[in-house]
Write a new protein. Structure first.
Ligand code: FAD
Ligand code: SF4
Ligand code: SF4
Length: 426
């Protein structure tokens, strides 16, 4: 091998941190991300618990750093296709999909999207907002290069005609490169539990039952409504919002016995933020089994949510949600396990605190690497005192692909994985 090098797969906050830490040691780093932009789920969040820092404000500088770093080769819209060799000498084939845009010419001006006649749901906005067939997933995307979504493009060529930079190229093809690296870091993150599996909550049938990530996008200033919270059924402002905990977590019936660790805190965060975002006020109630406030500043955050912001807590797992067909309001049926009382309450909106599951992207990369996984699909650590080592020498991991964790824990693990990977980058 001619130079020390490391491959990082997945460019959420964890992969970004790992890539920066490796590259800052003077080691050549390939950062591969399957979507058009780096950022992962953190880019979708409005604020982060327990400090309520603006998510984009702390993440965007790191996103820009990976794109500008002289030692990082950023390969977005790309996937690893083949890995061979062993620690210290892996050969990796990476495919970059065609954006149909010349990245060296695109200025990110967005004129093309203003003229594109095709509107489709934006999956970055959890399909609440829309984008054009030529798009960037969100305004702070890195790289700020547009992509044509050929599944929806009607090839009218309006974008091509309007683009002064002559960046649109319908003949672009996928490209494959082969790189030689000493070690690999996996940072392939998570997907949200699919709440349509729980028929009793009506998710997917009732417009005003939202997933937590949908609610994050409603809260976000760069989201589909500029941070204004509204009901999807009629656009009205919700005045009573319920948050349901442990949806697809601690649920043996649906094969999801583990605790997703971040949902208690993100629900408290969003219950506070809803009050802040909704002019004229709103009441927020969290239905929980027990509140797990284990991290730094979490217990204080939980206490403050009640004392300072008036968030209500009801101990009890909701059995069922029914919809009032006239108002699209939601009737929540629950047993208060503190009083033993069964009761119903009506809300304008319900937000499901869905659990985190291993990503489809982790399963895809594991078809190539064939790493041991646990019973849920998270990558297994070598042993309990080697939490970033996988069972293949030279392959490390960080973030939620290993187990559910919050951002600070994922970033800490990223720095550890970067150190371990750097030692093998010879
Ligand atoms: C609603 C909600 C709110 C939350 N709020 C907070 C909060 O306030 N504070 C907090 O600390 N935590 C919060 N979390 C948790 C936080 O989102 C995660 O801890 C963090 O985003 C995990 O980062 P990650 O990089 O490990 O994974 P991800 O963000 O999932 O990133 C993984 C990246 O890898 C890419 N990828 C996947 N597979 C492949 C592949 N095969 N090839 C190439 N690329 C691939 C993905 O496209 C993605 O970009 C929240 C979670 C949810 C669901
Ligand atoms: S493709 Fe052309 S019009 Fe569209 S953002 Fe890039 S430079 Fe602007
Ligand atoms: S060619 Fe496709 S991407 Fe370009 S404007 Fe027409 S529909 Fe939109």
């Amino acid at each position: 091998m001619s130079e020390k090098s490391v491959l990082v797969i997945g460019a959420g906050v964890t992969g970004i941190q790992a890539a920066l830490d490796v590259a800052n040691q003077g080691i050549k780093t390939y950062l591969v991300e399957k979507t058009p932009s780096v950022g992962g789920h953190m880019a979708q969040l409005d604020k982060t618990f327990p400090t309520l820092d603006c998510s984009a404000c702390i993440l965007t500088p790191k996103m820009v750093d990976v794109a500008r770093h002289p030692n990082i080769e950023l390969l977005t819209y790309s996937e690893v296709k083949e890995v061979s060799g062993a620690a210290g000498d892996f050969t990796v084939k990476i495919e970059t999909k065609p954006r149909y845009i010349d990245a060296t010419k695109c200025t990110g001006c967005g004129h093309c999207a203003l003229h594109c006649p095709v509107e489709v749901l934006n999956d970055f906005d959890e399909n609440i907002g829309v984008r054009r067939a030529i798009y960037v997933p969100f305004p702070q995307a890195v790289p700020l290069v547009y992509t044509i979504d050929m599944d929806n493009c009607i090839e009218c060529e309006l974008c091509k005609n309007i683009c002064e930079a002559e960046a649109v190229n319908f003949d672009q093809e996928s490209e494959e490169i082969e790189v030689n690296v000493g070690s690999i870091i996996l940072a392939t993150g998570y997907d949200l539990f699919d709440a349509t599996k729980l028929k009793n909550y009506g998710y997917g049938s009732y417009d005003n039952v939202l997933s937590s990530l949908e609610f994050e996008r409603l809260l976000s200033a760069s989201g589909p409504a500029g941070g204004h919270v509204f009901r999807l059924s009629d656009g009205k402002i919700p005045r009573r919002i319920a948050f349901l905990q442990c949806v697809g977590s601690r649920d043996t019936e649906h094969g999801m016995p583990y605790c997703s660790r971040v949902c208690c805190m993100y629900a408290i965060k969003n219950a506070i933020l809803a009050k802040d975002h909704i002019h004229g006020g709103c009441e927020t109630t969290i239905f929980y089994i027990d509140v797990r406030a284990f991290g730094k500043g979490f217990e204080e955050f939980y206490q403050n949510s009640q004392i300072r912001f008036g968030v209500k807590f009801v101990r009890g797992k909701v059995g069922e949600i029914a919809e009032d067909v006239d108002t699209n309001n939601l009737i929540v049926r629950v047993e208060d396990t503190e009083t033993g009382q069964l009761f119903e309450d009506e809300f304008d909106m319900v937000v499901l605190s869905s659990g985190l599951v291993p990503s489809q992207g982790s399963a895809e990369i594991n078809k190539i690497l064939n790493l041991p996984i646990d019973q849920y699909g998270f990558f297994e650590e070598l042993n309990r005192i080697s939490p970033v080592d996988t069972k293949i020498e030279g392959v490390y991991m960080a973030g939620v692909c290993e187990s559910v964790k919050d951002i600070p824990d994922g970033v800490g693990q990223a720095s550890a994985a970067a150190m371990r990977a750097s030692l093998k980058a010879i």
